[in-house]
Design a protein around this ligand. Structure first.
Ligand code: SAM
Length: 212
């Protein structure tokens, strides 16, 4: 059995992503430069399921892109809760608004445009769940910044932590700052005794980090 057959089977026997997300996905594939960056059907359903299970009241997403994952997490969150999501590229604003405004969960979503490193301290308060999915070079910096704002028992998720398998390459060129950023992050998380951690081999690697 081919891996793509297995993937098709998994999707056929999991929840559908729904009409809005499937339209977003198509729109991104036709009109955006890097549609592969969005979480997609399987990871989206998993993010929603995390929210169903953890029932977070306040979530932070670092790196909105199309808001695909934002919409999935909002779907799994209860009424009266809030997901803050930060996107540095304000050219994404029209795309994001087009889909967030059509979602029945839009009241739960607050999109911030700008650099996460500047916006996060201004948000204040504590988060029950954080999804790190922005510039791979700065994962460790996002983590250090956000860590004190995560409540004990809260969950940090970090996407792309296997980085297309490049994390296992013997020699990583010094110019490849993204791979080096992910490697440094993975080592840092492994050594951090304040958290329990496991890398899920899902899509491009999704690390679950639970704050003690
Ligand atoms: C992988 S995409 C996010 C995908 C989205 N979370 C999803 O799962 O569908 C990464 C996004 O992070 C944004 N980004 C990069 N650096 C950032 C920063 N310092 N602050 C906020 N957003 C940033 C990029 O512009 C890009 O849109």
């Amino acid at each position: 059995m081919e891996m793509s057959d297995v993937n098709d089977y998994i999707l056929a026997h999991s929840d559908n992503e729904g009409a809005l997300l499937s339209a977003l996905n198509r729109d991104a594939n036709v009109n955006l430069l890097y549609p592969r960056m969005l979480s997609g059907h399987l990871q989206g359903r998993i993010l929603k399921m995390f929210c169903r299970m953890l029932r977070p009241k306040r979530v932070l997403e670092i790196g909105t892109y199309t808001a695909y994952a934002t919409l999935c997490m909002a779907e799994g969150m209860e009424e009266g809760t809030k997901i803050h999501t930060i996107e540095i590229n304000d050219e994404m604003e029209d795309f994001i608004q087009k889909y967030v405004s059509q979602s029945p969960h839009r009241e739960k979503i607050e999109v911030h445009y700008g650099d996460a490193m500047e916006i996060i301290p201004k948000l204040g308060g504590t988060f029950d769940m954080v999804f790190i999915d922005a510039n791979k070079r700065f994962y460790s910096a996002y983590y250090d910044l956000v860590f004190p704002m995560v409540r004990p028992g809260g969950l940090i998720l970090a996407d792309n932590t296997l980085w297309d398998g490049k994390v296992t390459e013997e020699h990583v060129p010094s110019a490849d700052k993204q791979t080096l950023g992910i490697l440094a992050f993975n080592d840092k998380i492994k050594a951090d005794e304040r958290v329990e951690k496991v890398i899920l081999p899902l899509r491009d690697g999704l690390t679950m980090i639970w704050k003690k």
